[in-house]
Design a protein. Structure first.
Length: 325
């Protein structure tokens, strides 16, 4: 067992997110066999925490279980294989999944804050600006096509640094977090909850996502689930309850943070920060959302983050859920 593996396990234990580090089915709602059943894909327990705090799934006329993943890349692998019916992710991972031939449709938008991700460096790092990354190595989580890659490339362009002047390596969040905590890496482009944990462990912000990232997240549904009448109806009800959960979280921030810390075992200070800027408000996909996501798609194709341009309208079902915004 190498030092990185040991440090990763220690980081998971210390940060209290051992349950979030690997994919797995967690939680189950028992129901009659006649009910539709959904497998709800989640990242780092965030969506599950929102629903458990708000109790918005109580009494739902469908069965469900949670499938938790540490980042978008493994989540969309499950989505592609049909192991989950829905997924939650930021803008670019959804586009990357579409490029990877994941049979999905965007069915709802979530609105968060762009300061929930950024580039973080060690507290004693000589790096003081994005321009200082010239000639350096930056770790990006979780994989190619992540919101952190988009953040990094946008920051480099803003600072006048060519991408070929920086060495970029892709590492899954928990492995990168352990390496960052043990000072094996200096610069890390990452998103919440790992971003906040790194900062609370002494990391320093080099550049956050404001002015670069859209702060939009999306709920996607598999085409197979949408083609099934029972699951399609269940997804609509799930989205209704998602909006209800978001309304509750915005009205009850402390209760939401307390529930989040109970589920994740993160310190309450970290939970308050993460939940205050997480994407909780849910709404139907708007024309403005499609335009914003298309801008990300076009820039990502231009910059080589994505190998081809994605037609956002072609992967969006804006008619499925029509709750008033």
């Amino acid at each position: 067992m190498n030092a990185l593996h040991l440090s990763r396990r220690r980081w998971l234990q210390q940060a209290g997110v051992a349950s979030l580090g690997a994919a797995g089915f967690i939680g189950h709602h028992a129901a009659a066999q006649t009910q539709a059943a959904l497998v709800l894909g989640d990242q780092a327990g965030g969506l599950r925490a929102l629903f458990e705090a708000s109790r918005a799934l109580e009494g739902a006329p469908f069965a469900w279980r949670w499938a938790n993943f540490q980042g978008a890349a493994p989540l969309f692998e499950a989505h592609r294989s049909g192991a989950v019916d829905t997924a939650v992710a930021g803008d670019l991972p959804v586009l990357a999944a579409a490029v990877g031939k994941t049979p999905l449709k965007i069915v709802a938008t979530r609105v968060g804050k762009a300061e929930s991700l950024g580039i973080v460096v060690q507290p004693g790092s000589p790096l003081r600006s994005v321009a200082d990354l010239r000639g350096q190595t930056v770790i990006v989580s979780s994989a190619r096509g992540s919101i952190s890659q988009y953040q990094l490339y946008g920051a480099l362009e803003e600072a006048g640094v060519r991408r070929d002047e920086v060495t970029v390596k892709f590492v899954l969040p928990t492995d990168a977090a352990a390496a960052f905590a043990s000072k094996q890496i200096d610069a890390w482009a990452i998103f919440d909850p790992y971003y906040t944990i790194a900062l609370q462990q002494g990391g320093r912000i080099l550049r956050d996502g404001r002015g670069i990232n859209t702060a939009l997240g999306f709920i996607t549904a598999s085409e197979a689930a949408l083609a099934d009448a029972g699951k399609r109806a269940a997804i609509v009800q799930f989205l209704d309850r998602l909006a209800r959960a978001g309304d509750w979280a915005l009205a009850n921030p402390e209760a939401y943070a307390q529930a989040y810390t109970q589920l994740t075992r993160l310190p309450i200070e970290a939970a308050r920060t993460i939940t205050a800027r997480s994407a909780v408000a849910g709404r139907p996909v708007s024309e403005a959302d499609i335009v914003a996501l298309q801008t990300v798609a076009d820039r990502s194709a231009r910059d080589g983050i994505l190998p081809v341009r994605v037609d956002v309208r072609a992967i969006t079902d804006a008619q499925l859920w029509r709750r008033a915004a």
